[in-house]
Design a binder for this molecule. Structure first.
Ligand code: SAH
Length: 219
């Protein structure tokens, strides 16, 4: 058991160095979160050996846990700190939420597939992530009752930037969302300052579909 966990510690350190630091991620809070969260526990047992590889992996229901680097890039783009409250749309495996939970005060995460919601909720309990609040719902509507958020991250590809989510950003808040067609997207970052919206393009990416009222239609 001890040896096994040491083996994953080594793989994790290697992942941080060769995939994340080497590609320019510098935020010390982000790097330390990636050194801490046991990614191998967020995939099925059959895929554990591959958990620290430089690629996404299937998590069931035709969904995926994102490649480590893209999770790091998105997390760094959110510019989060200790006192922030962050909303994530697309809980999936729970890995991105766990990374955020290492850094911020509280994470709110929404999943629209019931089986993934249930499975990941129990994983958070098992791993003692007490600052992650989960919800089973269509996340394209955001989480009005808990808004405004300091940062919002969408981990599925949207046809356009959902205005509802911009509206739920606090003053100075940041939104990161993949926008494009169903095969390829651009990672868009929105900053809301003094009521104004500033948009930057962080480059190409590839996510599963964001399905819901303000996303793609089902089917
Ligand atoms: N952040 C996840 C990525 C999972 S893939 C991780 O770290 O593993 C994207 C997830 O978004 C899938 O689980 C999918 O079911 C979910 N999703 C898609 N549309 C959604 C919506 N409208 N609301 C909430 N979740 C959604």
């Amino acid at each position: 058991m001890k040896n096994l966990s040491r083996k994953y510690d080594r793989k994790r350190e290697e992942m941080v160095r060769s995939q994340i630091e080497a590609r320019g991620v510098k935020d010390p809070l982000v790097l330390s979160a990636f050194r801490t969260v046991p990614r191998h526990l967020f995939v099925s047992e059959a895929l554990r050996e591959q958990a620290y590889g430089d690629y996404p992996l299937p998590i069931g229901e035709q969904q995926t846990i994102s490649q480590p680097y893209i999770v790091a890039e998105m997390t760094q783009a959110l510019e989060i700190g200790r006192n922030d409250r962050v909303l994530e749309i697309g809980t999936g495996s729970g890995y991105q939420a766990a990374i955020l939970a290492q850094i911020v005060y509280r994470v709110y995460t929404i999943e629209r597939r019931r089986s993934l919601y249930i499975q990941t909720r129990s994983l958070f309990d098992k791993l003692n992530y007490h600052n992650i609040v989960t919800k089973y719902a269509d996340g394209t509507k955001g989480w009005q009752e808990e808004s405004p958020f300091d940062a919002i991250v969408v981990t599925a590809g949207a046809p356009e930037v959902p205005q509802v989510l911009i509206n739920q950003l606090a003053e100075g808040g940041r939104l990161v969302v993949p926008v494009g067609n169903q095969h390829t997207q651009e990672l868009i970052k929105i900053c809301r300052t003094k009521g104004k919206i500033q948009q930057t393009n962080l480059g190409g990416c590839r996510f599963v579909k964001l399905v819901g009222e303000h996303g793609w239609k089902e089917g």
